[in-house]
Design a protein around this ligand. Structure first.
Ligand SMILES: C[S@@+](CC[C@H](N)C(=O)[O-])C[C@H]1O[C@@H](n2cnc3c(N)ncnc32)[C@H](O)[C@@H]1O
Length: 210
């Protein structure tokens, strides 16, 4: 896998925290779990791609009768996901290292593409979303569970200010405008569900433009 220098920095950040990632996220996970479950309720196959599988927190929600392809750029994160997949009896699913910005897969093969909390860390999110638009079938759909920049006169700029610090620690930019990025990538936004009162966490449902 060839990656550019910005992607190598992201990879190194996640590699560094991979063994403690689940503990770092432990408190937040209580909040995230129902949102994960909700996201996976919209998934249909037969072919599903999970982008940025991380340590495999979604594996428990992978539909039983569907074979999932799951990718991540960070070896340490993927290794934990592979362990989780084995413990969960998901040996037949395909988990491998890959960069969503340059995916070595044929076009129009997936019925659903899912990513949870990934597009805060992909260095070129629009390029990554374009690749998703390429590999999803024209009758397929895209589900993104993401945190985004809040358009509030105080909180928004505060998020901009904190982003470099947080990104250095855990690889995530907390000020991404992911709904806008989805449109900029040439995808059609079908629906955006606000999951919290502040509008920071969203489930974005999109489709390729056909
Ligand atoms: C915040 S973690 C989220 C992990 C998981 N999706 C979850 O919900 O817990 C972001 C993940 O995206 C991966 N990632 C970042 N950039 C990527 C890229 N260009 N291609 C594939 N995965 C990427 C990171 O390695 C990391 O595992």
């Amino acid at each position: 896998m060839n990656i550019d220098s910005a992607t190598a920095i992201t990879q190194a950040r996640y590699q560094r925290i991979s063994s403690i990632y689940d503990r770092i996220e432990g408190m937040m996970e209580k909040r995230f779990r129902p949102w994960r479950e909700k996201t996976w309720q919209f998934v249909y196959g037969p072919r599903v791609l999970e982008v940025g599988v991380g340590t495999g927190k979604n594996i428990e929600f992978w539909p039983r009768n569907i074979r999932v392809t799951a990718i991540d750029i960070t070896p340490g994160m993927l290794e934990i996901a592979c362990q989780r997949a084995r413990w969960s009896g998901r040996q037949d699913d395909d988990l491998f290292l890959a960069d969503i910005q340059h995916l070595n897969l044929p076009s129009r093969i997936f019925n659903t593409v899912v990513a949870t909390f990934v597009f805060c860390s992909v260095p070129d999110p629009i390029q990554g979303l374009r690749e998703i638009g390429r590999v999803v079938r024209s009758d397929g759909h895209i589900l993104l569970l993401e945190h985004v920049r809040i358009d509030h006169p105080v909180i928004g700029p505060l998020m901009d200010m904190l982003t470099p610090l947080i990104a250095r620690f855990n690889g995530a930019s907390i000020n991404r405008r992911t709904v806008e990025n989805v449109r900029a990538a040439g995808l059609r936004v079908d629906q955006v569900l606000d999951l919290d009162k502040m509008g920071m966490f969203k489930l974005i449902m999109a489709r390729p433009l056909v």
